[in-house]
Ligand binder design. Structure first.
Ligand SMILES: CC(C)(COP(=O)(O)OP(=O)(O)OC[C@H]1O[C@@H](n2cnc3c(N)ncnc32)[C@H](O)[C@@H]1OP(=O)(O)O)[C@@H](O)C(=O)NCCC(=O)NCCS
Length: 199
């Protein structure tokens, strides 16, 4: 499938009972997304303007019950070879009803996204949610990251900082805090290949 000529964002809507997944940018309130993400472990203190910029460069999906935004996911992608799934969240009161699975399913099934060859995401504890969609852990040593953020939940310190001068500190710029600081879970990168040729 060729990359789409027109902006593929918008016009996609899937209904299930009282809930709707929509990629209509006009319907999505960035402040409501911000509120949702502030409640996640990675979004604590997230800057609203930075999120707006991120959303402008992403393909966003809102999960709605009536007019209320109760879930969100976004995809950073070239619509052909690579896509990164990020900021997947379902609001507290709506969790455990299958909505997170449905939201991810709707995202992966979007006509402009379903043929993307390789998907990646990062997770600390939701591996089983994504495994059912074909995501697997990336082999150690194959994924690198450069970040201006301190992202302790990912176990990765900003790689643009100089290494610690303290030789006693085992948390170098590449390893970050120990797993206990991340809720005892190991952060990990997962990917999903359309076929093995692309790997
Ligand atoms: C993760 C999240 C999006 C899942 O949405 P949900 O609507 O609660 O989940 P669902 O009801 O669709 O079920 C998710 C399935 O994945 C499993 N799962 C695995 N890890 C999970 C996790 N960390 N959180 C929730 N479910 C998880 C569940 O057990 C369930 O499996 P089952 O169908 O076999 O019972 C939601 O709980 C949430 O927003 N959590 C906080 C933010 C977060 O951690 N996002 C993931 C970032 S990688």
């Amino acid at each position: 499938m060729s990359p789409p000529d027109a902006d593929p964002r918008g016009g996609y809507e899937v209904r299930r009972g009282d809930h709707v997944v929509s990629d209509d940018p006009a319907r999505l309130d960035p402040d409501a997304v911000h509120r949702l993400l502030l409640g996640t472990f990675w979004g604590e203190g997230m800057d609203a303007d930075l999120l707006r910029r991120a959303m402008r460069g992403s393909h966003s999906f809102g999960l709605y019950r009536g007019e209320a935004l109760v879930g969100y996911a976004r995809v950073i992608t070239d619509y052909a070879r690579n896509a990164h799934l990020a900021d997947v969240v379902v609001s507290d009161g709506e969790r455990g009803k299958g909505l997170g699975k449905w939201l991810v399913e709707c995202v992966l099934d979007h006509p402009a996204l379903r043929d993307v060859r390789t998907w990646q995401l990062a997770t600390t504890d939701a591996h089983e949610l994504y495994r059912r969609f074909g995501f697997t852990e990336t082999p150690p040593g194959q994924v690198m990251r450069r970040s201006l953020d301190h992202s302790p939940w990912m176990g990765v310190r900003a790689s643009v900082e100089p290494p610690s001068a303290d030789p006693a500190s085992s948390a170098s710029t590449s390893t970050g805090p120990p797993a206990e600081e991340m809720g005892g879970e190991s952060a990990c990168q997962m990917h999903r290949f359309y076929d093995l040729e692309e790997s």
